[in-house]
Design a protein around this ligand. Structure first.
Ligand code: ATP
Length: 326
């Protein structure tokens, strides 16, 4: 089966072709780069309007056959999603092939499960606008814990905007942290949930008080990633799982992967993080999950294909999975 996937929930206008026979994934992405500040929804939508036809064209040129069209249905920015939805419907209609609406957060974690071959992992989604720890049980991915305020990447980006760095801030924090020392920042985990807003305020104040930017970046990473590692470990412990997969753009951070790897090794669990092109937003993950959904007939009619800006991962009946709970 060859699936053309389309992604465009925020910053990445992306199209991909996944061939399930050869297991190859070709991804074509055009990134939106804000001139100042963070992601502006209107500007991002304008970017989608211009870039989606272009990346879809490149994806179509890369293959002589398309059996299914899959699009990112949400969560994400409404004005961007509407363009992606329109592109998906138009393309499926033109090619006369099934249309599949994919939950973007489940795509972030299923790509790790798919590529690792793990059976029943606990999944940490560390992305820009979200932060969840999920486990599969009885036909759905259940949210075992999540951020009580902003997503993890957005929290880091808010700090870097404050210090005048361009978007995205995550890679710049990672680079600066290499030369930093630890200063105290609030650590907020409540059971399985966690919060970033207090840390961000404290980090901004610490920087404004004259502490070296390298030290603040180092401490930000150590604190936030330790919180994510703690809840991941608790999720493994409570579910009895022995596999962890990482998803989302913040997963490109070496220090986060190192902490999760160390924690898993200490408890005899296996850890997997996909390569960076599958961690940040990309249409490859949409095409791969779209193929699994299409294979079990989980496609949608045009009438039922409205986009869902607040689409939660635990709302999705998981039709495509066999195997154990977790
Ligand atoms: P979501 O997938 O929740 O809709 P999103 O669309 O913002 O979020 P992602 O591509 O998953 O997108 O993640 C982007 C985020 O990843 C940005 O906030 C960016 O700062 C962060 N990021 C990218 N590289 C790194 C890095 N090396 N270290 C930390 N954060 C990073």
């Amino acid at each position: 089966m060859r699936v053309l996937g389309i992604e465009g929930t925020a910053w990445a206008a992306s199209a991909a072709v996944y061939d399930s026979t050869t297991e190859t994934v070709s991804i074509f992405t055009d990134e939106y780069q804000p001139e100042s500040g963070g992601i502006h929804p209107r500007e991002a939508a304008e970017h989608m309007r211009e870039a989606i036809p272009e990346v879809v064209g490149r994806a179509r040129d890369s293959t002589d056959e398309i059996d299914v069209v899959a699009f990112s249905r949400g969560p994400g920015l409404g004005p961007c999603l509407r363009i992606v939805g329109t592109a998906g419907r138009a393309l499926a209609g033109t090619l006369d092939v099934p249309l599949v609406g994919v939950n973007h957060m489940l795509a972030h974690l299923e790509i790790g499960r798919h590529r690792s071959g793990f059976d029943a992992p606990v999944c940490l989604n560390a992305s820009g606008a979200n932060a969840h720890i999920l486990g599969y049980h009885n036909g759905r991915y259940r949210v075992l814990g999540e951020t009580m305020d902003t997503g993890v990447g957005n929290a880091i980006d808010k700090f870097t905007r404050h210090v005048g760095w361009s978007h995205p801030g995550g890679p710049k924090v990672e680079a600066a942290a290499a030369d930093g020392d630890y200063v105290d920042l609030p650590y907020v985990v409540k059971g399985m949930d966690f919060s970033f807003s207090g840390i961000m305020s404290a980090a901004k104040e610490t920087y404004d008080d004259g502490v070296a930017i390298e030290d603040v970046c180092f401490s930000l990473q150590e604190t936030i990633f330790a919180m994510l590692t703690e809840v991941s470990e608790r999720a493994l412990s409570l579910t009895g799982a022995d596999e962890l997969v990482l998803g989302g753009g913040v997963g490109q951070n070496d220090r986060l992967r190192e902490m999760l790897e160390t924690m898993c090794a200490a408890r005899g669990a296996s850890f997997y993080a996909p390569e960076p092109r599958f961690l940040r937003d990309n249409a490859g993950m949409i095409a791969v999950l779209g193929a699994k959904m299409a294979a079990v007939g989980d496609d949608i009619s045009i009438e039922d294909s409205r986009v869902r800006p607040n689409f939660r991962p635990d709302e999705v009946p998981v039709t495509w999975r066999t195997g154990s709970d977790r």
